[in-house]
Design a binder for this molecule. Structure first.
Ligand SMILES: [Zn+2]
Length: 364
């Protein structure tokens, strides 16, 4: 278990209108490595922008023998600013980092789901170990990540280009290069900070949403608003439960700084306004998830590693006390029953089977 929060808590009141939902699985806290992903992307975006602005500054230098040379038909500064080339490099950096964040979130969420399923079935490690693995590449959430990160590069290029035009308006030709160099680090860090602070946390939420869509054992998802989220309208979403595959519909609110185009339908918590969002997306187990792990074997994405035989599992399921694994149960049976009676009660009368089990667990 990777977080201080329990894997499951009782279902949310009002959740699952049709009553087809079960235990609530809390989304994991930031998986390990998240802070590093944010810091690395911030640094990389900043580095790309600074390097490109340095190239432009060289082209704008008075002694430049290249693109900065004054030519008839317009100021060289317009031509140089138009040549700003950031979109592809920034898009690739953001796409790679967001992909890493999604994969980390998917892995952490699958671990959380596996813990929840073990809790649901009340199995100890000595009886069965469950794991969850899903392919999220076909989900709405994954497609959202792909589309959002694809836009990031063009967005940054256009914003930086506009900023440069404003910055250089009225600057004497001889001061152009120094002006660009003087602001390069600041511009680079601004976009590095904004993009990394937006893309990585949202990719993490997208990863949780992708698991919700892809895992059979999840029936619905729930918006958990955070007091630390600056978007007042997210508080209105707190506790909202939607079936997997259905979007959250985020309402329009009066006043505040909500941008236009609301209400908006989004498939991941926070996707309408990712920057600064601290909300989380919880998963709700399907109500028909069995408590007998043998019946989970056919469920897509769930792997059941039963550490006992099916017959032993049946005995354990019918007779174990809370927290008792098969070895402890067998020791208790051996202490409380004669072997003849134990064989009759638990092994269909087969003393051979009982002695086999006792030998297997070092009790003979
Ligand atoms: Zn939020």
């Amino acid at each position: 278990m990777s977080s201080h929060l329990p894997a499951t808590v009782p279902p949310a009141p009002g959740g699952g209108e049709d009553g087809a939902t079960g235990d609530l699985v809390l989304a994991p806290a930031a998986p390990p490595g998240t802070e590093r992903l944010v810091a690395d992307l911030r640094e990389e975006v900043s580095r790309l922008i600074v390097a490109e602005l340095e190239r432009l500054a060289d082209a704008l230098a008075p002694d430049s023998d290249g693109a900065g040379r004054r030519r008839p038909g317009g100021r060289p500064v317009d031509r140089v600013v138009a040549s700003l080339d950031l979109a592809d490099a920034v898009r690739a950096a953001v796409h790679d980092a967001a992909g890493d964040a999604v994969r980390a979130a998917v892995a952490a969420t699958c671990d959380r789901l596996a813990d929840a399923l073990e809790g649901h079935a009340a199995v100890a490690d000595g009886v069965a170990v469950l794991s969850v693995a899903v392919d999220v590449t076909g989900t709405h959430a994954w497609e959202t990540v792909r589309r959002r990160t694809a836009r990031a590069g063009a967005f940054v290029e256009e914003r930086v280009r506009r900023q440069l035009r404003d910055l250089l308006r009225g600057v004497a030709d001889g001061d152009l290069a120094a002006t660009v160099r003087g602001r390069a680090a600041e511009i680079g860090d601004d976009y590095g900070r904004v993009l990394s602070g937006l893309e990585i946390p949202q990719a993490r939420r997208d990863g949780v949403a992708a698991v919700a869509e892809a895992a059979d054992v999840v029936a619905a998802t729930r918006w958990r608003a955070s007091d630390d989220c600056p978007h007042a309208w997210h508080a209105r979403m707190d506790g909202t439960v939607v079936d997997c595959g259905d979007p959250f519909v985020v309402p329009a609110v009066e006043g505040g700084d909500q941008p236009g185009a609301y209400p908006r339908a989004v498939f991941a918590v926070g996707a309408d306004e990712p920057f600064g969002c601290r909300c989380a997306q919880d998963l709700v187990l399907a109500a028909d998830v069995p408590t007998d792990v043998r019946e989970l074997r056919g469920w897509d994405g769930v792997d059941v590693d039963c550490r006992v035989t099916d017959r032993q599992y049946g005995v354990w399921l019918d007779h174990a006390r809370d927290g008792e694994d098969f070895a402890a149960l067998l020791a208790r049976i051996d202490a409380e029953y004669s072997r003849t009676r134990a064989a009759e009660t638990f092994c269909n009368g087969s003393k051979k089977q009982l002695y086999g089990w006792l030998a297997e667990y070092g009790l003979k």
